[in-house]
Design a protein around this ligand. Structure first.
Ligand code: FAD
Ligand code: NAP
Ligand code: SF4
Length: 674
């Protein structure tokens, strides 16, 4: 008997059956746009189909050119487009999967000067002001969706998903925020839902009844002048009547100022709005957002809150998530930690997506771990992300690998990252690697600090130095005053921190230490959902447009100053899709952020600084140094004296712009070649 009976139960749609309740949600990976990437796209999806996913949904394809994300983004407009998809659908079907093509018209999110929307209202996240579609153009757009769906059928897709959420064109019609029309597609809520209803009817007519139509609707807009609860429920009923088979969940518009998927959003935070929709329709509904482990998914289904669960990023992190859940191997799942660093941040920077914890994602045909024909004796020094990746990939390939760490545990700096409030998911990566060490047969040696030359004597042929970084101590007069501490002292609980604190350095670590100190450091538990909703001003029950209320943030546990020498905005270089959340959190906690600082000295009175030519004294109890890192690489031999070959990876190779994405990728790529 499986531990996840609801998750693994088939779903009969009448004309076709999905083998379980797991949907791989749509993600734009960058492989969609060019025909010559179809082979890579096919293998990326086929791997997830082999991994057991019940239904795959592709990234968005545009039904016409005014719906482009950006010039020449992937579209489904003509027969050539359709035929180019055949290898993708064949690969998925051969692997025993089912796949729907997502049709998405970007509307005012389109990055082209000729963009169109319901009304001519610019989005705050796009420089281009759209033109309002004329009534005739609206009707033509309906036809374009139907034609694209018909082409998708020709391409071999099992159905389509119509993208009606996240603030894209269809959503722009349903919400008063962007629909100020006076024709039959605007005004009252019935008129505003006419566009999606007509699209569904037209697609059904064009594709017949044995074709899956998933509609991804915005369950909660999270923007001012968004739809009300009543309007959301009425739209769901209208869509069912129009011929939709499955309703999928979208949460929040891209321009919303409430986080919806970053790691600090509690798991399964947005299930309730979907559950409310489930109560008013009889077709299956799919829950989504921050569902990343089987127990979370199973509970949603067992509690009757949804009929399926959608996971997008978790399928990047682990293509075999479903099979592992089904086979009782949950501790082997490589969990998505919701960092966005290699997926969404890449997509928004027009780079191919991948995954921080799984660099093979979207590179299935390029980063391949083949069994070695020449097993070697390999030492890896340092069990941080870089060393863990290198050791486990090398051992999986058949090498004899020993992994050393000076500490009493694996994980390196991830042990500190996971202690930051809202980053508890990072423990999952450490759990995953500890299981991988066991499965791949890596010999783990903890509490052993390696000294120069030691390993050669033990006969290792390849020596991988993954010893990471050490915090930088800036040359400020008084830096050895007892009130000064390193961020490592704070996060490892080695020192007690006072009530007034200055943080020197405002990179990723400065921001994280700020969050750590702003919260009660003794209560590092995932934040309860109600508490999180109250802070961000989200309501699932009120009839406020967009589900927004006034946020009531908790005050900071201490007075904090976050400082940097650069005059630019603090946190400017944090992740593209998550940096704004870190900035917003510290702002709502009242942290004083000061740029353009020069540090004069530290003494018994506090930290003396100069800003804009004026001297200031920050009367603080402690100064915490978050001023970057330096590589620890003294074990590395560029010109080895013995037979062993040396390699440098992760922070040991380069401390500048280091993150776990680079560390894991470098470790994996090196081990794939040894
Ligand atoms: P490390 O993690 O530093 O590991 C090096 C290991 O080598 C350590 O375990 C150490 O004990 C061991 N070692 C050193 N010398 C020896 C020796 N002589 N003998 C034996 N063992 C030795 N990155 C992100 O991408 N996203 C984030 O959100 C993020 N958040 C962070 C938050 C915090 C608070 C911190 C501190 C870091 C964060 N990072 C984040 C950075 C990330 O953790 C590092 O980039 C990553 O850990 C570097 O990996 P590494 O393997 O190169 O080095
Ligand atoms: P960082 O981003 O390089 O920031 C270092 C900070 O210290 C900067 O604000 C810098 O600003 C300041 N600084 C540098 N040299 C200094 C000196 N000599 N004196 C005083 N201040 C100095 O490095 P980090 O914060 O240590 O983070 C390390 C890596 O971990 C990052 O690159 C990041 O990728 C990763 N990380 C990521 C996240 C995330 O959420 N994605 C979170 C944590 C860590 P000024 O030079 O302007 O003063
Ligand atoms: Fe998840 Fe981060 Fe991987 Fe994206 S990069 S799939 S958020 S673990």
């Amino acid at each position: 008997m499986s531990a996840f009976p609801h998750l693994l139960a088939p779903l009969d749609l009448g004309f076709t059956t999905l083998k379980n309740r797991v949907v791989m949600g749509s993600m734009h990976t960058g492989l969609e746009d060019r025909i010559w990437h179809r082979g890579k796209l096919a293998e990326y999806f086929a791997e997830r189909a082999r991994g057991g996913v019940g239904l795959i949904i592709t990234g968005g394809f545009n039904p016409n050119r005014s719906g482009w994300f950006y010039p020449f983004s992937g579209s489904m407009i003509n027969l050539a487009d359709a035929l180019s998809h055949r290898p993708v659908t064949k690969a998925v079907h051969d692997a025993g999967g089912k796949i729907c093509l997502q049709l998405l018209h970007a509307g005012r999110y389109s990055y082209v000067p000729w963009s169109k929307s319901a009304s001519s209202i610019k989005s705050p996240i796009n420089p281009f002001k759209p033109k309002a579609l004329t009534t005739k153009q609206v009707q033509q757009t309906v036809k374009d969706f139907a034609s694209a769906a018909k082409l998708a059928k020709k391409a071999g897709y099992d159905g389509v998903e119509l993208m009606g959420s996240e603030g894209y064109l269809i959503n722009q019609f349903t919400a008063p925020r962007s629909n100020k029309r006076s024709d039959k597609y605007g005004g009252n809520s019935e008129n505003r839902r006419r566009f999606p209803v007509e699209i569904v009817e037209a697609v059904r007519k064009a594709c017949g009844k044995d074709f899956i139509i998933v509609f991804r609707m915005s369950m909660i807009d999270l923007v001012p002048e968004g739809s009300t609860r009543e309007e959301v429920l009425a739209l769901a009923q209208a869509l069912e009547k129009a011929g939709v088979n499955i309703l999928n969940t979208g949460i929040g518009w891209h321009e919303a100022r409430v986080p919806t998927i970053v790691t600090s959003v509690p798991r399964a935070a947005f299930v309730e709005p979907t559950a409310q929709v489930k109560q008013v329709v009889s077709i299956p509904v799919i829950a989504s957002n921050r569902i990343n482990m089987p127990d979370v998914a199973e509970k949603i289904l067992a509690d009757g809150k949804a009929d399926m669960v959608s996971m997008a990023r978790p399928m990047l992190a682990d293509a075999h998530w479903v099979n592992k859940a089904a086979e009782g191997r949950v501790d082997e799942i490589n969990t998505c930690i919701a960092c966005n660093q290699a997926c969404l941040d890449h997509t928004f920077n027009l780079k191919r997506a991948s995954c921080l914890v799984n660099p093979q994602a979207c590179h299935e045909t390029e980063l391949v771990y083949l069994k070695t024909r020449k097993p070697k004796k390999i030492a890896v020094v340092g069990a941080g992300p870089a060393g863990l990746a290198a050791a486990t990939v090398a051992a999986e390939r058949g090498h004899d690998v020993t992994l050393f760490d000076a500490s009493d545990r694996i994980g390196g700096q991830f042990n500190m990252a996971a202690r930051i409030p809202g980053k508890e998911e990072f423990w999952e990566t450490i759990r995953y690697f500890s299981k991988r060490i066991e499965k791949t047969g890596v010999k783990l040696v903890l509490n052993r600090r390696i000294a120069d030359g030691e390993l050669e004597k033990e006969g290792f042929e390849e020596i991988i130095i993954a010893t990471g970084v050490t915090p930088r101590s800036p040359g400020i007069p008084g830096v050895d005053h007892p009130m000064v501490m390193l961020y490592t002292d704070v996060l490892q609980g080695k020192r007690t921190v006072g009530n007034r604190v200055a943080l020197i350095g405002a990179g990723g670590i400065g921001f994280d230490v700020g969050e750590f100190l702003a919260h009660d450091a003794n209560a590092v538990q995932p934040q309860p959902l109600e508490d999180w909703m109250q802070e961000w001003g989200v309501s699932f029950h009120s009839d406020q447009p967009g589900g927004l209320e006034r946020g009531e943030p908790h005050p900071s546990a201490r007075k904090l100053y976050l400082l940097q020498r650069k005059a630019s905005a603090l946190g400017k270089d944090l992740g593209r899709t998550s940096g704004w959340v870190h900035r917003a959190v510290l702002k709502m906690k009242g942290v004083e952020m000061i740029g353009g600082v020069s540090y004069d000295r530290i003494d018994d009175k506090g930290l003396h600084i100069t800003v804009g030519g004026e001297s200031q004294l920050l009367e603080v109890d402690n100064v915490v140094l978050c001023a970057g890192q330096e590589s620890l690489r003294e074990l590395y031999q560029e010109k080895p004296t013995g037979k062993a070959r040396y390699h440098l990876i992760g922070g040991a190779e380069l401390a500048a712009e280091l993150d776990a994405k680079r560390a894991i990728r470098q470790g994996s790529e090196l081990a794939a070649q040894l």
